[in-house]
Design a protein. Structure first.
Ligand code: NAD
Length: 296
């Protein structure tokens, strides 16, 4: 099948390569030429803009940073919709605001182009291994039709409901990870200030009710003093902002997200935006004057 991939960043590059490996004819575009070169070397066909790449393909996949990028790439000048043709379908795999997904989906439907959303979880490793967790929204028939393509990139696929349900599900995930990371930091820094080693506390509680994947993964980064992303702090700020905007628009209380957002923004403003979002733990460490090292 002729597929195009738009957005060849940390996630998009390996996802696109897996589509190539599965034998599809892949057309690619990114606003950064360097990102395209790597895919061309792997066998993809480069196009000059989002319109051209869409015109050459039956299925258009976008993997972009946030809502404004998706709007520009699909609805903007020389965008995907300008390259529309009979039978073309769009899968937006970016993590964006659910309200923006519905807006873009509506514009696509009005242009006669069906759109599915499929944000992902699982990070760069999941993208490389083709084991991402996909959270899909849109017409069920469209989901069923496009599932064989999604399966190439996925370890698990969940159909969440109408357009917007996939990105809502992703925001729930991102909200929990952000707040839980801060919560782990707050509790462990308190423990460390009281003189108990983080590793001792961790081993004592990890299999109990407080145990979690966030505790395992993010605390290990702090104990190893390795905050290399992983999932960049600035992307997590973007997701938490989308969660806050969604909550506020719908009248859902978001006090914890607001609090953690301030901490994350402080860490980004002080130079940690490209590190893993676990670096928010350093916010607590710096105030308390303690580090959650293994040796402590
Ligand atoms: P990235 O910034 O590395 O890549 C995005 C790419 O989109 C860049 O190469 C950029 O040049 C390109 N781009 C931007 N605007 C464009 C446009 N108008 N037309 C064409 N290309 C354009 O981001 P990423 O880490 O690959 O993340 C992509 C999405 O996946 C984000 O929504 C992110 O939140 C989500 N996500 C990321 C991770 C992760 O671990 N990085 C994990 C899960 C989900």
């Amino acid at each position: 099948m002729k597929i195009c991939f738009i957005g060849l960043g940390v996630m998009g590059r390996p996802m696109a390569k897996n589509l190539l490996k599965a034998g599809h004819e892949l057309h690619v575009f990114d606003v950064v030429p360097k990102a395209i070169a790597e895919l061309v070397e792997a066998g993809a066909i480069a196009e000059e803009n989002n319109k051209a790449v869409a015109a050459a393909s039956e299925v258009v996949i976008t993997m972009l940073p946030n809502s404004p990028h998706v709007k520009t790439a699909i609805l903007g000048a020389n965008g995907v919709l300008e390259g529309k043709h009979e039978g073309m379908k769009i899968i937006d795999m970016s993590s964006i605001a659910p309200l923006a997904t519905r807006e873009v989906g509506k514009a696509c439907a009005e242009a006669g182009v069906p759109m599915l959303e499929s944000p992902v979880s699982g990070g760069e490793i999941g993208a490389i291994n083709g084991t991402l967790a996909l959270m899909c929204g849109g017409e069920k028939a469209l989901f069923d039709e496009l599932s064989p393509i999604l399966e190439i990139m996925a370890g698990s696929i969940t159909y969440c409901g109408d357009l917007g349900a996939g990105n809502t599900t992703k925001l729930v995930n991102q909200h929990i990870i952000a707040v839980e990371t801060a919560m782990v930091a707050e509790a462990f820094v308190m423990g460390a200030k009281a003189g108990v080693k983080p590793e001792v506390v961790y081993n004592a509680i990890k299999n109990g009710y407080a145990g979690s994947k966030v505790l395992d993964g993010k605390l290990a980064m702090a104990m190893d003093r390795n905050f290399k992303a992983g999932f960049r702090l600035d992307l997590h700020i973007k997701d938490l902002n989308n969660a806050l905007e969604t909550g506020h628009a719908l009248g859902a209380p978001m006090p914890l997200a607001s609090l953690v957002m301030d901490e994350m923004k402080f860490m980004s403003a002080t130079g940690y935006g490209s590190e893993d979002s676990a670096v928010v733990m350093r916010y607590y460490e710096q105030i308390a004057g303690v580090e959650l090292t293994r040796g402590m």
